[in-house]
Design a protein around this ligand. Structure first.
Ligand SMILES: [Zn+2]
Length: 318
């Protein structure tokens, strides 16, 4: 017996997370498919006693367009990204009245459903899917964004305790803003160079190619961490089974399983993350992949006493 912990986190963002490079027309089907997949993930988590952190974009909590517009930071505190396409404030005109009419931008019913499921943590992914390292994103605008996210969550009785920074864009100053707001945990990146935080242009082809190779071979190591710190760093992104790489998906799952086993044997942490919309196409096949990983976790739980924890409880309850 040794133990170890498994942390799962999902970046729940709907179209807010991809709007700079995708539209309702090009990606809406995945977003809606992701919504359908959420109850199926929750059923599995509940059945097997699996905890997960749902890092949710603050705008999703809002019940209507009216509530959203009122909850967003004032004009002067919004980010002014040098690359204007990154700003979700640019797309406010295309947003419908409420969740029933615009399920690509609102999700209050799903947030409530996740919060009601045992072991699930609702965390934040910022209010507007904020990009902290992009030129034009001031710290002041980040803080205003975070405060808005805390407020919409509190209005629904949810206290935010963890954060996932959109596209891993954060620096020391962003971390300093967390504790005063009660946010004690964040998801950092794996240590390897290919995973280091950077603004958009820093995510070069060689780095992306290396991450792709790592996902299918584990060449950069298992990316384990010592549980108990503020940083609960990601180990692997669970890639969707899709397109040309579908045939390699079993190999990707094997890389994850091997790293989980290493964590269980050495008492370390393993942190797997994905987006609900990654399950939005080929949902059954992707759920089958999740089933395989859950079955592997159950074996490690039996053999080594590995535990499943949300980010806020990484390392055991405080
Ligand atoms: Zn995101």
């Amino acid at each position: 017996m040794s133990g170890g912990e498994l942390v799962l986190s999902l970046d729940f963002e709907l179209l807010w997370g991809v709007r700079d490079h995708a539209t309702r027309e090009s990606y809406g089907r995945h977003i809606l498919g992701g919504r359908e997949a959420i109850p199926q993930m929750l059923a599995r988590f509940e059945r097997h006693g699996i905890a997960a952190t749902w890092a949710t974009v603050g705008a999703l909590f809002c019940g209507s367009r009216e509530e959203l517009l009122e909850a967003l930071p004032p004009e002067e505190l919004r980010p002014r990204y040098a690359n204007a396409a990154l700003s979700n404030y640019r797309y406010l005109d295309e947003i419908g009245r409420d969740e029933a009419l615009d399920p690509c931008y609102f999700a209050a019913s799903l947030v409530a459903r996740i919060a009601a499921c045992p072991g699930q943590e609702i965390a934040t992914h910022t209010m507007s899917h904020f990009y902290g390292l992009e030129a034009g994103a001031s710290l002041e605008s980040f803080v205003a964004d975070l405060d808005a996210a805390c407020k919409v969550a509190a209005r629904r009785g949810i206290t935010l305790r963890s954060i996932v920074f959109p596209r891993n864009q954060y620096a020391a100053a962003h971390l300093d803003a967390l504790r005063p707001r009660g946010i004690r945990r964040y998801r950092g990146t794996p240590q390897a160079w290919a995973y280091r935080p950077a603004a958009g242009p820093g995510q070069t082809l060689p780095r992306r190619a290396l991450r792709l190779l790592d996902a299918h071979t584990g060449v950069l190591g298992p990316h384990l961490y010592r549980p108990g710190g503020d940083n609960v760093p990601a180990s692997h992104f669970l890639r969707p089974r899709a397109g040309r790489l579908a045939a390699l998906h079993p190999r990707h799952l094997s890389v994850i399983e091997r790293a989980m086993t290493r964590a269980a044997r050495s008492g370390a942490g393993f942190h797997l993350w994905w987006h609900p919309h990654n399950f939005g196409a080929e949902t059954e096949a992707n759920l089958a992949g999740l089933d395989r990983l859950i079955a592997h976790f159950k074996r490690l739980q039996g053999d080594y006493g590995m535990v499943s924890r949300c980010m806020a409880e990484s390392g055991g309850r405080e």
